[in-house]
Design a protein around this ligand. Structure first.
Ligand SMILES: O=C(O)CCC(=O)C(=O)O
Length: 269
């Protein structure tokens, strides 16, 4: 067990599919992360995908840790791998990848409802994301929302683009996946949970949990979210239709453990 995760956090994560942890990232790391995010906005890494035509007011990028020392340090050397292992109760933790979601003030585009694992070339249950708030994050500026318990539905939803993006983000139709219902139009039917966050607080959520986020309707406050994804013992590489192309790794075959340069082991019991 690690100090910042309680038994009740683990119960909430297992039952609900998402939990908020407070004060996880210290002020120094937050400052370094904020600077790294500005670096990526000014000079985006290769997997940049602005979600609003050519405009970067919804700046998305992934696999940042591979080209930027600060992102690498946070993914590999922070408390995050130990936090992931605590939730998994696993022998090892692999880093899957990291991702950036910056919504500038008055950038009203929602992040569509989805679950993550259909986008990823893996199978297994021990898969989680840690979403770090860089700003005071509320409904007004687009906090992330989760459908309670949806990680246990066993439903794989067809990946779709979040908005207008570059070519890296087109997703082949997978006939085994279903279209996600219109949760936003029918919110009352779902048990939607979320929490306001302060900078340095995080959401921890399962890769099958259905989630989305509002647009940023604040006239003055940004909403910078940085997510790191980890896997545990039971996860292996997999290939199927509908995957996010930048996550496919030619060095691995379906069924192999992820351990590789691309998906390194970052923590062991
Ligand atoms: O920050 C957002 O708008 C979406 C975050 C998300 O979908 C994720 O981290 O998986």
């Amino acid at each position: 067990m690690i100090d910042c995760v309680t038994a009740s956090d683990i119960d909430d994560y297992n039952n609900d599919g998402a939990v908020a942890l407070r004060g996880i990232v210290n002020a120094g790391d937050l400052q370094r992360l904020a600077a790294a995010i500005e670096d990526d906005i000014k000079n985006p890494g290769p997997f940049y995908h602005g979600y609003e035509s050519d405009d970067s007011r919804f700046h998305g990028n992934l696999r940042l840790w591979e080209t930027h020392d600060t992102f690498r340090d946070i993914c590999v050397n922070s408390e995050f791998p130990r936090i992931a292992r605590t939730f998994f109760d696993s022998q090892k933790v692999n880093l899957l990848y990291d991702q950036l979601f910056v919504k500038e003030a008055a950038m009203g585009q929602r992040t569509r409802w989805h679950n993550d694992q259909p986008y990823w070339p893996i199978r297994g249950w021990q898969v989680l994301s840690i979403w770090i708030a860089l700003d005071h994050t509320t409904t007004e500026n687009g906090r992330v929302e989760f459908v309670r318990g949806s990680h246990k539905w066993g439903r794989w939803f067809q990946p779709e683009v979040f908005g207008k993006t570059a070519d890296i983000a087109d997703y082949e139709r997978n006939p085994e996946f279903e279209d996600i219902p219109d949760i936003e139009a029918d919110r009352d039917k779902y048990d939607v949970i979320s929490w306001d966050l302060e900078p340095g607080d995080v959401y921890v959520f399962h890769a099958m949990t259905v989630h989305g986020a509002g647009g940023n309707n604040s006239g003055s406050r940004r909403r910078r979210g940085y997510t790191v994804r980890y896997t545990g013992d039971d996860v292996v590489y997999d290939l199927r239709k509908g995957l996010s192309k930048p996550l496919i790794c030619d060095d691995l075959e379906p069924g192999m453990p992820l351990d590789s340069e691309r998906y390194p082991v970052v923590e062991r019991a």
